[in-house]
Ligand binder design. Structure first.
Ligand code: SF4
Ligand code: MG
Length: 315
């Protein structure tokens, strides 16, 4: 079976203004999400993960490469794209920012149905979606406004607005970053339940490896526009092989390793280094580990490919 959603050699380049170098925000990404699978896309802010998410949603046309849905390349004609945008739904990070304060819960959830001209019983569809998102009994929420709800309830309304269109994939960009820890767990449990009950796949975009651990089947770690490590979440998070993934893990409170300090400039997609794009910050290079293994020169000159789930000359 083909993956439900995939990217091949995907690139999104933003031209620089007034002679500034262009920004290679997404710079050759291969990624696949299977039916009913939850994949976490992890990386620091500025690594290109939100741009990759927008390209997967069809909101940005890639500079090169292909996004496929159900094995078929996405077409950027308006008709096809509209249907695609029903089947792949975006859930945004800030509940209060994505809900119109003057719209009731009912209006917020019914809006997508109206845009997509879905026939049938609107009231029943809205009630179903609210109930699936854990707002029960749904009728009690119909006439409420966002300011009358808690942060967690607002996030559930946003999720109901996606579910009402019966999507096959949800792309959630930092879905719980703005929520309290207790509510965060409830929303993550909801995403897991939607996968169990409705078979909805999800790409969860996050800077938080702990969140990936709690929810994902697989994790893809992104650095400066590329996936540098990917695999089943247990493998990547208990036995990380890429020095960047190790550095991210080392700063978690649970880590037994001393926190790795990443030297050098933070990621800038308009100035991607030659060779391994991580080499100017790589602890394995500065510690001499790479030299000891005889790969230091390659680190500086040759981009490692993602092979066997890791893009590093040491592995
Ligand atoms: Fe570090 Fe070299 Fe591996 Fe890049 S290829 S992550 S510089 S060891
Ligand atoms: Mg972002």
């Amino acid at each position: 079976r083909p993956p439900v959603l995939s990217a091949e050699e995907l690139r999104v380049v933003f031209p620089g203004r007034r002679g500034a170098p262009s920004a290679r925000a997404v710079d050759g990404v291969d990624l696949a999400i299977g039916a009913g699978e939850i994949v976490a896309l992890v990386g620091e802010s500025g690594c290109g993960k939100s741009t990759l998410a927008r390209a997967l949603l069809g909101l940005v046309e890639p500079t090169s490469g292909v996004v496929s849905f159900g094995g078929r390349p996405l077409s950027y004609g308006t008709r096809a794209l509209k249907e695609y945008r029903r089947r792949v739904q975006l859930v945004l990070q800030d509940p209060s920012g994505s809900l119109n304060p003057r719209h009731t819960v009912y209006e917020a959830v019914a809006e997508g149905l109206r845009i997509h001209g879905r026939g049938g019983d609107e009231r029943a569809a809205v009630a179903d979606a609210l109930a699936q998102a854990g707002l029960r009994p749904p009728e009690r929420f119909f006439l409420r406004y966002p300011h009358e709800l808690s942060g967690g309830q607002r996030q559930r309304v946003v999720i109901a607005g996606a579910l009402v269109l019966r999507p096959e994939v949800i792309i959630a960009d930092e879905p719980v970053a703005s929520l309290d820890a207790s509510v965060r767990g409830e929303i993550l449990a909801l995403l897991l339940r939607l996968r169990e009950e409705l078979g909805v796949a999800a790409l969860v975009v996050t800077h938080d490896l702990g969140l990936a651990w709690n929810i994902a089947d697989r994790v893809a770690v992104m650095y400066l526009g590329r996936i540098v490590e990917s695999g089943p979440v247990e493998d990547v998070l208990t036995d990380a092989r890429h020095p960047y993934t190790r550095a991210l893990l080392s700063v978690l409170p649970e880590s037994a390793e001393p926190p790795a300090i990443l030297t050098g400039e933070p990621p800038d997609p308009s100035r991607i280094p030659q060779g391994c794009r991580f080499h100017i910050r790589c602890p394995s290079l500065t510690s001499g580990e790479a030299a000891g293994a005889g790969v230091a020169e390659r680190c500086r000159t040759e981009e490692p490919e993602l092979l066997g789930g890791v893009a590093c000359h040491l592995r």
